[in-house]
Design a binder for this molecule. Structure first.
Ligand SMILES: Cc1ncc(C[n+]2csc(CCOP(=O)(O)OP(=O)(O)O)c2C)c(N)n1
Ligand code: SF4
Ligand SMILES: [Mg+2]
Length: 351
């Protein structure tokens, strides 16, 4: 992997957040992606979200697969834990890591090829198990790293750079995530950081399976007329359903959609995520309604963005499995080998 380190010297007067870090402390190596690639804007949005939320970098584990998108964890959170898996295998490695140590914040970064083609099964099972994580797909409709073949998220009728028309149906990862039980489902656009940063912050604060599909144009292979993943197409067809604000309102939360069109969702740090509705006919707490809404707008060629669904009281894999609160990697010999008497008691209870 190409690796260009950034200079270590910081300007002494850079602003620090509540845990004492500058924004630079959340950056990584210098990006080697093409100039203008949407993925770089997503990296910058992740940096911004983590800095704003005062997250200590060593509390984050970032995992990815293979692709230009999966290279990006090298370009942010340089002081966090990292794992580059085999192509399409990030979700199972993340699931295992999460089971071993529930105290870290898990950030899975993937591509549409990595998650919707070779890794589709892995994606599906991580969603249905409710693995607590932020799962971001940097979706450009092509395999950028291997020179622009259509991926499984390419819309039928969209044209490749050489003029070939895609005839296969598209996999919409947002609709899949909703159907599979993800408890925070959003779509963003790399060209709209004002929308994307709060979506990432909401996902980080969420205590369940959070999925964000970010349309992220590939300027080298899929940014031409005829593509539905180009900057121009998404700007023209973007239908934002809501806007997120974070406010310090602990105690006043309702977790319900108010008549005025806002939804307040309490966050782990005591703040409140306030959703301002833009589309009156979209209720972000109605899973089936969100699925219908997305399909109806997709049929009209629109790209629906924003927080599409949120369950304000999510249940994650650890709760499903009734695991102990202590991370497995911190359990000692006494807990792991409780002895013959304890084994006999378990056996008796199963007879
Ligand atoms: C097992 C395996 N099969 C195929 C490849 C070749 N390959 C590398 S990246 C990639 C697709 C990447 O596409 P995507 O996840 O959309 O990332 P992008 O580059 O578009 O960001 C493929 C097919 C591989 N590395 N490993
Ligand atoms: S090939 Fe496409 S996805 Fe890869 S870095 Fe270049 S613009 Fe980005
Ligand atoms: Mg891709």
């Amino acid at each position: 992997m190409t690796y260009l380190a950034k200079p270590k010297l910081h300007h002494p007067s850079l602003t620090r957040n509540k845990v004492g870090y500058t924004r630079r402390d959340y950056e990584g190596a210098i990006s080697t992606l093409c100039a203008g690639c949407g993925h770089d804007s997503i990296s910058a949005s992740i940096v911004q979200a983590c800095w704003d939320l005062d997250i200590e970098p060593h509390r984050v584990a970032k995992l990815s697969g293979i692709g230009c998108s999966s290279k990006t964890p090298d370009y942010f959170l340089g002081n966090s834990h990292g794992f580059n898996t085999v192509h399409g295998r990030m979700p199972s490695v993340l699931t295992g890591a999460n089971l071993a140590n529930r105290d870290l914040l898990y950030l899975g970064v993937s591509g549409d090829g990595d998650s919707a083609s070779i890794g589709l099964g892995q994606f599906a099972h991580a969603m249905r198990r409710g693995v607590a994580m932020v799962y971001i797909v940097e979706n450009n409709g092509v395999y950028g790293l291997t020179k622009g073949q259509f991926s499984a998220t390419a819309d039928p009728g969209s044209k490749s750079k050489r003029g070939v028309v895609n005839t296969d149906s598209a996999i919409d990862l947002v609709s899949l995530a909703l159907q599979l039980g993800a408890t925070y489902v959003a779509r963003g656009f790399s060209g709209d950081k004002a929308q994307l940063v709060p979506l990432i912050k909401g996902a980080i604060e969420h205590r369940g399976a959070a999925f964000i599909d970010v349309v992220s144009p590939c300027v080298a292979f899929n940014n031409h007329a005829g593509s539905t993943k180009s900057y121009e197409y998404v700007r023209e067809h973007n239908e934002a359903v809501n806007r997120i604000d974070f406010i310090d309102l602990a105690g006043e939360v309702t977790g319900a959609v108010a008549p005025g069109g806002t939804l307040d969702v309490p966050q782990a740090d005591g703040t409140v995520m306030r959703l301002r509705r833009v589309a009156a006919d979209h209720d972000p707490t109605d899973r089936v309604g969100a699925m219908n809404f997305i399909q109806q707008h997709h049929a009209r060629g629109e790209v629906v963005t924003g927080l599409l669904f949120v369950d304000p009281t999510p249940v994650d894999l650890h709760a499903h499995l009734n695991t102990v609160d202590t991370p497995f990697n911190r359990l000692g010999e006494a807990e792991l080998i409780p002895g013959a008497k304890a084994l006999e008691a378990v056996n008796r209870s199963l007879r």
